[in-house]
Design a protein. Structure first.
Length: 342
């Protein structure tokens, strides 16, 4: 196992940004402390070829203008909050508006656009980078002084370990995830529509035309959201697009498998585990000629996301599982991404 650290770039305010590369098992995983972003993940194929399976940018400047949120850590609250506002214990909070009249991924300057404190460590046959961020009271409109601690690790068993923690001195909704875009054939190698997906989700969150939850959980059976048996992302009749949250079967708070994806040309398989209530399945519907790594052009469906998280708009939906961090009640969630290529 090996960790390498180097200078990645410098911001206009003089802050230096680092790049970490972890090598363990058969994988090589790189991360930046700008946005606590995953910058690359090299995975072997069944034919012996090694590819980077994460979309993204070749150089530091690309990550500064990362409109699609490629592989960044999202917080304080991942997903949309309707009308960019919520009420908590009788007090109203107005958030940053950046998606129509709504707040998306915590507004224009969320955790994905900040430099995190970073350190490396070794634990349980894995290599880890620990990222820390202090978010002041009123940041993006959210209450409370919040400290976020996110650790990402690579193990000898070819797993990425994700640990999300936060402490707040006031009650505040928290929902942290990583917005990784995958193409298991390799970034820049066509679209992801022939990937085969299985979701351990018997229901999905109904949303309106603005992707805001209605508050209802509906069964997936008989709908395009039914991935309870592994099948291609698109069917033969039409190209379906997805940007929906599905409810993960099993006990919330327990680490359980939520997804499995297989790519036929490479033989690569990825399994995803989470403690969180939901997983957002997104098929890169808004990618439109983004210039990525080594000149790759990312058009619609160039990558897919499986964002383990609480349900969108939870602060405004009383029937959804709660996501409030408070003094004496810290936020803690986990996820695992496991890779194979037999």
């Amino acid at each position: 196992m090996e960790i390498k650290e180097k200078k990645f770039g410098v911001l206009s305010n003089g802050k230096k940004v680092k790049l970490f590369t972890l090598a363990a098992g058969d994988l090589k995983f790189s991360l930046s402390n700008y946005g606590a972003a995953w910058t690359s993940l090299i995975v072997p194929s069944s034919k012996g070829r090694k590819d980077d399976v994460l979309l993204g940018f070749s150089g530091f400047d690309g990550w500064l203008y990362n409109k699609p949120y490629f592989n960044t850590t999202i917080g304080r609250f991942a997903g949309r909050i309707s009308d960019a506002s919520f009420n908590l214990f009788g007090k109203s909070y107005n958030l940053d508006i950046n998606d129509g009249k709504n707040c998306l991924h915590s507004g224009r300057r969320g955790f994905d656009k900040l430099v995190w404190k970073s350190s490396v460590y070794e634990e349980n046959e894995g290599l880890f980078v620990r990222f820390e961020l202090d978010s002041p009271d009123g940041d993006g409109g959210f209450p409370g002084n919040l400290k976020a601690i996110v650790s990402y690790g690579l193990t000898k068993s070819n797993e990425i370990i994700c640990d999300y923690r936060a402490k707040s001195d006031q009650s505040c909704p928290v929902n942290i995830t990583n917005h990784a875009y995958f193409n298991l054939a390799g970034e820049g190698r066509g679209n992801i529509l022939s990937h085969e997906l299985k979701l351990n989700c018997s229901s999905y969150i109904e949303s309106d035309e603005f992707t805001i939850p209605t508050g209802r959980l509906l069964p997936v059976h008989g709908t395009k959201f039914d991935f309870t048996k592994r099948r291609k992302i698109c069917n033969t009749e039409s190209i379906d697009t997805y940007d929906h949250c599905c409810a993960v079967d099993g006990d919330i708070g327990q680490l359980r498998q939520c997804a499995e994806v297989w790519e036929p040309s490479s033989g690569r398989c990825m399994k995803v585990f989470t403690t969180q209530p939901g997983v957002v399945f997104y098929t890169g519907n808004y990618l439109d000629g983004v210039i990525g790594k080594q000149g790759s052009i990312y058009d619609r469906h160039a990558g897919f996301c499986l964002e383990t998280q609480h349900f969108p708009d939870t602060p405004n939906q009383k029937s959804f599982p709660p996501c409030i961090a408070a003094p004496g009640r810290d936020y803690h969630e986990e996820a695992i991404f496991s890779f194979d290529w037999k």
